[in-house]
Design a protein around this ligand. Structure first.
Ligand code: R2B
Ligand code: URA
Length: 367
């Protein structure tokens, strides 16, 4: 029986009129005006770094891939969506989930492979046009990954990729299990940019997310979902404990009153959730001219406590919610493009066996 993402249930094909809007950019890519600092005429990613083109080979060290050891165009040229989340397990689960949702079939006798297994840092799975990658915890970890994934998009000549972070967060005045789509990211001082010391000077990059993309994702929330899906401001911190005003870390030098005052201040400023990667994710994708969105589920209402106490089965169910929403967006996009199942790209393509071995050895890092 046919199903539609606007209801995600079996529908009567004859009478059903889909209620969903076309994802932004869909069908417009060929006509789009590109910022030539970050895009070639065909929409493929251009790097803001003249050095890369001059290098003999670019080793994406933490991904265990190289531009001359691997045929990156053959392996990744068909990617459209890059989905990132904290843990390797969650992103492996997402890879299996999205494979089912988009009807992607693996050749008989094959299985999903962690493409970056030899890095022992991040894990990466490819399911047709979708990459599912773990980013670890915090701004430094996601930042390193983004540099390499953006370069991967460039080497693979990917056109108009869309990046998603699907993760977890603490809510401010929101019930556990609420899905939050970030409208923008701010730091612990409510500043909406990422500040990074480069050569002894602070470089600022605006932490902007694509607002239309956020609205399009929100439109895919179902009326009968047993939880809320909202859009709001996300605070991104450098720490889970003191940095998020928790009183249960190894140190605490403030009172319950100080904490509540701070949380109220955040709430008044429109901050609805707190996590640890959105600032870098938003700033680096924006700087690369890549459309991106952050969708997280709340694990706790910070007005009510600091410790994450929900049982594992409940947390597992909550963590699927952002995945489902993004899967709806991707499925919808592919449906509209008539590309619901893709074959061909995706296996390991070795260009030079000698360099391939070297990159594997260099990336294999046990410390
Ligand atoms: C959410 O959860 C993690 C901390 O527990 C962190 O990666 C984040 O952003
Ligand atoms: N992740 C965070 O960063 N904070 C929380 O409170 C929960 C998950």
């Amino acid at each position: 029986m046919p199903t539609c993402t606007c209801e995600n249930r079996v529908v009567d094909e004859e009478s059903h009129v889909c209620q969903l809007k076309l994802p932004a950019g869909d069908g417009e890519e060929e006509m789009q005006e590109y910022d030539h600092a970050v895009r070639y005429r065909d929409g493929s990613v251009r790097l803001r770094n003249p050095n890369i083109e001059l290098m003999d080979q670019d080793i994406l060290y933490h991904l265990a891939l190289g531009s001359e050891s691997h045929d990156l165009v053959e392996m990744f040229g068909d990617v459209k969506f890059v989905c990132m989340g904290g843990t390797p397990k969650r992103m492996e689960q997402f890879a299996h989930f999205i494979m089912k949702e988009i009807g992607h079939k693996l050749p008989a006798g094959t299985t999903l492979l962690d493409i970056s297994q030899y890095s022992y840092r991040y894990s990466m799975y490819k399911v047709g046009p979708v990459l599912s990658i773990s980013h670890g915890m915090g701004i430094p970890s996601v930042g390193i990954l983004l540099h390499e994934v953006i370069k991967l998009m460039y080497h693979a000549k990917v056109r108009d990729p869309v990046f998603f972070r699907i993760g977890t967060c603490g809510g401010i005045g929101l019930e556990g299990g609420t899905v939050v789509i970030s409208e923008e990211a701010v730091d612990g001082m409510l500043k909406s940019y990422l500040e990074l010391p480069v050569l002894g000077k602070l470089v600022r990059r605006p932490a902007k997310l694509d607002r239309q993309l956020a609205r399009d994702i929100k439109a895919l929330a179902h009326r009968d979902d047993p939880y809320d899906t909202i859009i709001g401001k996300t605070m991104c911190t450098y720490d889970f404990y003191e940095g998020q005003g928790r009183m249960d870390g190894a140190f605490c030098e403030f009172t319950e009153n100080d904490k509540m005052e701070y949380l109220n201040k955040l709430h008044k400023a429109g901050v609805v959730n707190i996590e640890m990667e959105s600032l870098s994710f938003a700033a680096l994708t924006h700087h690369a001219g890549i459309k991106s969105a952050v969708v997280c589920v709340t694990l706790i209402d910070r007005f009510k406590g600091d410790q994450v106490l929900a049982p594992k089965e409940v947390l597992d169910e909550w963590q699927i919610r952002p995945q489902q929403l993004i899967a709806r967006y991707i499925t919808r996009y592919l449906q509209r493009k008539g590309r619901l199942s893709l074959e061909g790209h995706g296996s390991m393509c070795v260009k030079s066996p000698r360099r391939f071995k070297l990159v594997q050895q260099e990336s294999e890092n046990y410390d």
